[in-house]
Design a protein around this ligand. Structure first.
Ligand SMILES: [Zn+2]
Length: 407
């Protein structure tokens, strides 16, 4: 979900609105108008629609508070949050780090439903104070709005506590299994498995309702079920990848033979003598040994071809300050997440200010493919003395020789 409207920042967390939100906001306002029209037939159309719009806007605020609760608790536990995005099916908090222990996972997951529950009961409490449930007294618009918000937030808390990963309830379930089994991967697999069952129930129930007259409501259930199924499957698959990549560092797979080109070289020259004559896709641009940035075919393609002669590689490159970099010690899994988050295919590997190599998505995919082709168990790693080196160093070589001679 990339294309969002940015609304501002709260506690350093970027708040974004995905376009799909507007469809759902319109639907909510429409069905609220319908609801108010039926329950309060003596209201004027203007009163009905203004109340409906205000309620839809306040519902948006309570959804945001639900996500903020997740994010603020996560921040409190030292996890970095890049943003919150509200979309058609609710909100998501984009966490940069995963919870490192079961207790943190539990606190972060439960915070949202707890916030919704508090908001729900607070709305109903205020409505009560304003005369809701008092006999012989017509309900004011303010009270009617508060009652609806109260119920919807309590429903939201209950819905989110359904134990289908990646719903909040599924995360709570995962944290409990994690605490019991001490195995985060297994707990994700179990929680994602339960999530798929829950998603299937949603779909079956939605289809059943659709054929028994629920119409749009039934289709909506199918849609939510389908979305949950997708997310649960993705979580399940991700565990496999993170198990395969655990403990592998960027230095284990990065390409070290990174070719550097001089900053003054023209794009035409660069294309002819490098891009079209070598298999490498990514080049360092340097100035007397100092790294300035990197350049890839994607950067070249942004410059019109008739300007390749006049444009230098340093004008077309992505400068260092715009690049996300990793160090040789960065876990490959973190590098992969960084690439996914920033929508790039490679990252420069830098240590003490100098370029050590390039790590790319395709290298990681190749590693996974080789491991799959060799049918290696997920936990298999090369011996420690080889791990972390593409070239043998003298010591490990002599160690191997001495071991060999003993046999
Ligand atoms: Zn939540």
């Amino acid at each position: 979900m990339r294309s969002t409207i940015k609304l501002g920042k709260i506690s350093g967390i970027e708040i974004g609105l995905h376009y799909s939100w507007f469809i759902i906001a319109a639907l909510i306002a429409l069905s609220l108008g319908e609801h108010f029209h039926q329950v309060y037939p003596n209201w004027s159309p203007a009163k009905i629609w203004i109340s409906a719009l205000i309620t839809a806007a306040l519902f948006f605020v309570t959804l945001l508070l639900h996500e903020l609760a997740h994010s603020l608790v996560a921040q409190k536990h030292g996890l970095r949050i890049s943003g919150i995005t509200l979309f058609a099916l609710g909100g998501v908090s984009q966490m940069q780090d995963d919870p490192t222990d079961a207790k943190t996972e539990f606190s972060v997951a439960i915070a949202g439903p707890v916030a919704s529950l508090i908001i729900g009961f607070a709305c109903l409490g205020i409505a009560m104070g304003l005369g809701w449930h008092r006999p012989n007294e017509p309900l004011t618009a303010v009270t009617a709005v508060l009652v609806w918000l109260g119920y919807i937030n309590i429903l939201l808390a209950i819905f989110n506590m359904i134990p289908g990963f990646p719903l909040d309830g599924g995360r709570v379930l995962r944290s409990i299994i994690w605490a019991v089994t001490k195995n985060p991967d297994r707990s994700t697999r179990i929680a994602a498995g339960v999530g798929q069952v829950v998603a299937l129930l949603f779909i079956v129930d939605g289809i059943w309702q659709f054929f028994h007259g629920a119409g749009f409501g039934g289709l909506w259930m199918v849609f939510i079920g389908w979305f949950l199924m997708d997310a649960a499957k993705a979580s399940y698959a991700q565990v496999g990848v993170s198990e395969e990549l655990r403990g592998i560092r960027v230095s284990d797979i990065m390409s070290r033979d990174c070719i550097a080109v001089n900053r003054g070289m023209s794009l035409q020259n660069f294309v002819d003598s490098y891009l079209l004559t070598t298999s490498q896709r990514c080049y360092a641009v340097e100035d007397q040994g100092r790294l300035l940035g990197i350049i890839t075919p994607r950067d070249v393609s942004k410059i019109p071809r008739d300007r390749w002669e006049q444009t230098t590689v340093s004008e077309a490159m992505r400068p260092l300050k715009e690049l996300h970099m990793v160090s040789p010690d960065t876990p490959v899994l973190d590098a992969l997440k960084l690439m996914a988050r920033n929508d790039v295919n490679q990252l420069p590997v830098v240590a003490q200010g100098s370029l050590q190599g390039i790590v790319s998505r395709s290298q990681i995919v190749q590693l996974l493919q080789v491991r799959a082709a060799l049918r290696l168990p997920v936990a298999y790693r090369p011996p420690a003395e080889l791990n972390g080196r593409n070239e043998f160093d003298v010591r490990s070589m002599s160690e191997m020789l001495s071991r060999h001679s003993k046999v």
